[in-house]
Design a protein around this ligand. Structure first.
Ligand SMILES: Nc1ncnc2c1ncn2[C@@H]1O[C@H](COP(=O)(O)OP(=O)(O)OP(=O)(O)O)[C@@H](O)[C@H]1O
Length: 725
């Protein structure tokens, strides 16, 4: 019945969309309403196809004899009295589905989980919430245990799936937490932090749609692979208005593909870089000790040191960003030069118009422009950083913020590719420099003239073609070039997320940060600029911090922005890693932080993780053999080989992505991901590779949902002695 309704909705919306698209003409307001209707119907159609799988996944039977079905979207009985036939999982009335327990049934008599494949029901799991089943020790507070265990034990596909059918109570509280303020979600590996973050985005958009639709929601992840891994979840929940991005991609157009030593990235991530960049900008506002000579139309002119210093002082006191302060500087310099020229011509013979002419000629003289460019150059963020990192002398100007050692680390060959750690610096530089928007405005005006000419051309052609029948109303009768350009340029068809992706200064209604422990202080500055309302969800695990610039304390990163006004929520149950593997990982965690409490696994795998020592020359062969054995064990699933960077190329098996049966990755690349089986090669190498080697080892051990094997050539690191030979 519900699928029948869904088909009906789809058909009705298609018809409405077709009708709107056929309409033409009308007032500008009618046109704008039409555009809104088009966007709305298109959005609904996308949502209807997104919810096709698992449309209805639950049913609640209440003690008063009523019942309610729960699903991916709300469907109402439009013929009768508008009763909900299917309740959206995000609606308040659906909450008991996630929260009711035998001890606290909230009017629920029975909770049913419905599992479907395509449009067929394949399984039902019922929980009767009566006192008999509330006996202690029966289940550990898990809701819908059978369905949950089926979900967590299923083979992985290489893409993350949504968890709407089995959200657990501690997760539900976070997903539905209030919109405002900063909420930190701390939880061990596999506790569903990523899943919770994404479902929270869907929940917030549903509950605060009016508030959030305009500014959009941003979800930040650590790298493109991870974003690819989680990319399907929100569409499967029917939400398309969320921008998924790395911090680097928030700087439009940047391809941060370069690599660099971890220590260099660590320096770039430090807060001191903000002061260093401010100093680097000031350093470009030059006052030459001997002044500057220049020639203007046969007049030999001289800008003395004091004149330059005064002009610089004026421009700085304007408190505008560097490029926007340049017109102030220019006005001062032109004024000073104008006086010199006037004196040479005989000031007493000149009137105000002559003086204005002199100034204009000065402003247009390439020699004068070149002189001003030397003293106060217009700079792009890219130029500023390239010049700074390419010169020990320029780096010297930052010595108040950076030590000699830091500056030596930053020095690099010109032409090097941008790295992820450069992205927050470019963004910071863009803030300090501002845009000299005179050029941009002129370019925009020129573009508009071209667009208008083009639009007129299009309309002329349409007009010519239709000359045959003067009685038929044509596009040209209703649309002039102006309106055509406005319609295309207004971006009315774009969602907030699409517009935000191209705009460095866009501010979001809510920002969700995943793997937040990895972000450097400079990256936090970027995110805070994008979220002045400080409505944020910050998700991570400080025991998994691998980046040297990353954090080991939430207060440390958030304090500068919200002091202690942030809330902490914790997740304690591990849905990914079986207890046998978690026992090994717990040993590592205890070495990392003796006070840390490991998350509790929901299930046993029934097999023990293993290790094997092999001779160095036989490593490749041993890895291949182990891959074959493990693949035979996991059948449909995915396997990852995790190794130190130095070994990854040696072990790589050619083209592969997350959906391949086997991938070879560094531990850093595997962060946030999961696989049915994991082969960890050379754990000692992982430990030696970074000062945060223990954290990396902890991450590597907690990626598997079923099986874990460790291959090593040297002795087994002491923290892993719990493994079976
Ligand atoms: N309530 C749930 N029902 C079903 N599966 C769940 C639930 N919660 C989490 N999972 C599953 O557990 C796995 C781990 O979740 P997720 O990747 O969100 O954890 P995480 O806390 O982000 O882990 P890490 O810190 O290691 O990145 C995923 O496969 C997720 O689908």
């Amino acid at each position: 019945m519900l699928y029948g309704r869904l088909d009906g909705l789809r058909e009705q919306t298609s018809r409405r969309l077709a009708a709107v698209l056929l309409e033409t003409g009308g007032t500008p307001q009618a046109r704008s309403e039409r555009d809104t209707a088009t966007a709305m119907h298109t959005g609904h159609l996308a949502q209807y196809s997104a919810v096709e799988n698992g449309l209805c996944f639950g049913r609640l039977d209440f003690t008063d004899g009523q019942h309610q079905h729960i699903g991916r979207l709300g469907i109402f009985d439009t013929e009768g009295d508008y009763e909900p036939l299917l309740m959206d999982w995000r609606a308040p009335a659906a909450r008991p589905f996630y929260l009711a327990t035998a001890a606290n049934p909230d009017g629920v008599l029975r909770r049913r989980h419905v599992r479907t494949r395509r449009r067929d029901v394949v399984a039902l799991d019922d929980e009767v919430l009566d006192l008999a089943s509330a006996a202690p020790g029966r289940s550990e507070g898990l809701v819908g245990e059978a369905t949950l265990l089926a979900a967590v034990s299923a083979s992985r596909t290489g893409r993350m799936a949504d968890i709407v059918a089995t959200i657990q109570a501690e997760q539900d509280k976070i997903i539905r937490a209030e919109l405002n303020g900063v909420l930190v979600v701390q939880g061990g590996p596999g506790t569903g932090k990523t899943a919770v973050a994404l479902h929270r985005a869907a929940y917030l958009l549903y509950t605060h749609r009016r508030q959030l639709e305009k500014r959009g929601v941003l979800v930040v992840g650590p790298n493109a692979t991870f974003l690819n891994y989680i990319g399907q979840v929100l569409p499967s929940l029917g939400e398309t208005g969320v921008l998924l991005s790395t911090v680097g991609e928030l700087y439009p157009g940047l391809k941060a593909v370069g690599t660099e030593p971890a220590e260099v990235a660590a320096v770039k991530g430090r807060l001191a870089m903000a002061d260093a960049l401010a100093a680097a900008v000031r350093d470009r506002q030059w006052v030459p000790r001997e002044g500057l000579d220049l020639v203007h139309e046969q007049h030999e002119l001289h800008l003395d040191r004091q004149t330059c210093a005064d002009a610089r002082g004026r421009a700085r006191r304007s408190r505008r960003p560097h490029n926007q302060a340049r017109p102030v500087f220019e006005r001062e310099i032109i004024g000073a030069l104008g006086k010199q020229v006037a004196r040479k011509l005989g000031a007493q013979f000149l009137d105000a118009d002559d003086v204005a002419d002199i100034r204009r000629e000065l402003r247009e003289d390439p020699n004068v422009i070149a002189a001003i460019d030397k003293l106060w150059p217009v700079l792009t963020p890219e130029q500023l950083l390239t010049d700074l990192f390419g010169s020990a002398k320029r780096l010297g100007a930052t010595s108040r913020a950076l030590s000699k050692q830091d500056r030596d680390l930053l020095l690099r060959e010109p032409g090097a590719e941008w790295t992820p750690a450069d992205a927050p610096l470019l963004d910071e530089a863009a803030e300090l420099l501002g845009e000299d928007d005179r050029a941009a405005k002129a370019a925009a005006a020129a573009k508009r003239r071209r667009d208008l000419a083009y639009a007129q051309g299009v309309l002329d052609i349409l007009d010519l073609q239709d000359e045959a029948d003067p009685d038929v109303l044509m596009a040209v009768d209703m649309l002039d070039a102006d309106a055509l350009v406005a319609r295309v340029a207004s971006g009315e068809y774009m969602t907030a997320a699409e517009r935000a992706a191209d705009d460095r200064t866009w501010t979001f209604g809510h920002v969700i940060v995943d793997e937040a422990q990895e972000l450097s202080p400079m990256a936090w500055r970027v995110l805070m600029r994008r979220c002045p309302s400080r409505s944020m969800t910050v998700v991570g695990d400080i025991a998994q911090t691998g980046d040297l610039a990353g954090t080991t304390s939430w207060q440390e990163v958030l304090g500068p922005y919200v002091m202690n006004r942030w809330k902490l929520a914790e997740l304690t149950v591990n849905y990914r890693t079986p207890s046998e593997i978690m026992a090994v990982a717990t040993e590592v965690l205890a070495n990392l932080d003796p006070s840390a409490v490991p998350p509790k696994s929901v299930r046993d795998a029934g097999t023990s993780p293993w290790h094997r020592q092999v001779a160095d020359g036989e490593l490749e062969a041993a890895v291949s053999a182990a891959i074959e054995r493990e693949l035979a064990e996991i059948g449909e699933g995915r396997l990852a080989v995790l190794a130190p960077r130095a070994l990854v190329d040696r072990l790589s098996r050619g083209e592969e992505d997350l959906e391949s049966p086997v991938v070879v990755l560094t531990v850093g690349q595997s962060k946030g991901l999961e696989f049915d089986a994991v082969l960890l090669v050379d754990p000692q190498g992982v430990l030696d590779e970074s000062p945060r080697g223990l954290n990396d080892l902890y991450v590597a051990l907690t990626r598997a949902t079923q099986r874990l094997g460790v291959l090593h050539t040297g002795p087994l690191p002491e923290v892993l002695t719990g493994l079976a030979d």
